[in-house]
Design a protein around this ligand. Sequence first.
Ligand SMILES: Nc1ncnc2c1ncn2[C@@H]1O[C@H](COP(=O)(O)OP(=O)(O)O)[C@@H](O)[C@H]1O
Ligand SMILES: O=P(O)(O)OC[C@H](O)CO
Length: 498
Amino acid sequence: MTLGKYILAIDQGTTSTRAILFDALGGIAAVAQQEFPQIYPQPGYVEHDAVKILQTVIYVCRAAVAKAGVSAEDVAAISITNQRETTVAWDSQTGIPVCNAIVWQCRRTAPECERLAADGMGEYIKSTTGLLIDPYFSGTKMKWILDNVPAARELAGKGRLRLGTIDSWLVFSLTEGRSFVTDISNASRTMLMDINKHCWDGALLKKLGIPESALPRIVECGGDIGICSKTLLGREIPIAGMAGDQHAALFGQCCFEKGMAKNTYGTGCFVLMNTGEEPVQSKDLLTTVAWKLNGKTVYALEGSAFNAGSALQWLRDELKIIETPQEADRLAESVEDSGGVSFVPAFTGLGAPYWDMYARGALLGITRGTQRAHVCRAVLESIAHESYDLIHVMEQEAGVNLLELRVDGGASRSRFLMQYQADVSDRHVKRPVCLETTALGSAMLAGLSVGLWDSQEELTELWREEQTFTPSCTPELRERNLARWHRAVERSRGWAEI
Ligand SMILES: Nc1ncnc2c1ncn2[C@@H]1O[C@H](COP(=O)(O)OP(=O)(O)O)[C@@H](O)[C@H]1O
Ligand SMILES: O=P(O)(O)OC[C@H](O)CO
């Protein structure tokens, strides 16, 4: 077989699935995208239809290859990157899910998390998995399925239950031999994997009642992950790169050196910093595997904010005060400030550094003169404010000074947001030419594995800056805005509990 010239990257995100065909220079030959429905069965619950997700994957892969006008022979490898933690349960024989996937944002396992905390599991979970007790992670979602879906229990009894994150679900569904694997970066988000030993932790599986036989094999982020069956594109193609989306974005931003960091503005906001080959423990941040390649593991510290771009979608879909996110940008720039309005996007609680599963969204400071432009501005500012918190706590806990922040993701297109981010965090914000960094990172993992690229140095050469946003705000204004944000956060906390 001659080596194809392209990598087909599947980016399975929270609100849409994209397939992007990258050429050997890291350039985009074609993109295909499809949104899929979010399911909100009750307040605080978020679900996805895993079969629908698979259908979007198949559709966008075929569409991207067709758009580029290339043949399947030209595709050297497929890579997968995905929304993390979202949990799917299915039957190994039929390949059919037993219930909707429980999305990372879903808060239904808050009571189980309280029980774990009351049992004094916090310290053990932190030191073993690098994570905090929160409904965010897959472990308690798996337990919920076993406790609440009779078909899951029945299949578990027969040894036919499969529990996995979206990466496992896609590899299982796309491969002829039905490979059942998860990559180590996704596994490190389950609250079940020992981040030092890189295996499932027996004590946690026992505590949550999860049978190890239902869990996938943990593999590296590059190599022989599976062979995609020819039903997808007409010929078998190796799946050679796989990582959770935020880990892939760190790789795609070429943050290969210890201390380099990125922030991805998608549905949520996720700041990850490369901390080198040893896991670094932190109080309010997550310790996670960034990637593992050829036996070498790189770790990261992560600050996660659960809602960011989703707040713009809320303005568009629920409040209906904008038609596109770009309109929010224009409106935000049309007023001098937010007119005293503050917004806290805690739709599904607050992540780092607050870790409040009962916080809920808040819109404060409204007066009779408040216009939609003020609300749009407050929403965009809130995304920068929560990112400021992540950057600030990261600098404090890792003892570093981030001189620059590399940014990507859908909402990093917003000029207003990026400038405000630079102002409020007093840091240079660097936006690359390729904002599809998540997909690019996974393509790089696959490309290294199949020999399209030889080294990380070669990949670094492919990274191109589009624009740097320079801080230009007075310290007084900055402090005033941050103080108001922190007052607003306090008011949003514990709301659902009450
Ligand atoms: N021009 C824009 N300005 C601001 N936000 C945007 C813009 N375009 C897209 N977004 C936001 O980006 C998000 C989608 O980004 P994406 O990286 O695809 O996220 P995900 O992978 O979580 O689905 C949406 O929530 C949307 O509100
Ligand atoms: O869909 P995204 O890009 O916002 O990413 C979701 C995260 O992976 C959740 O941990």
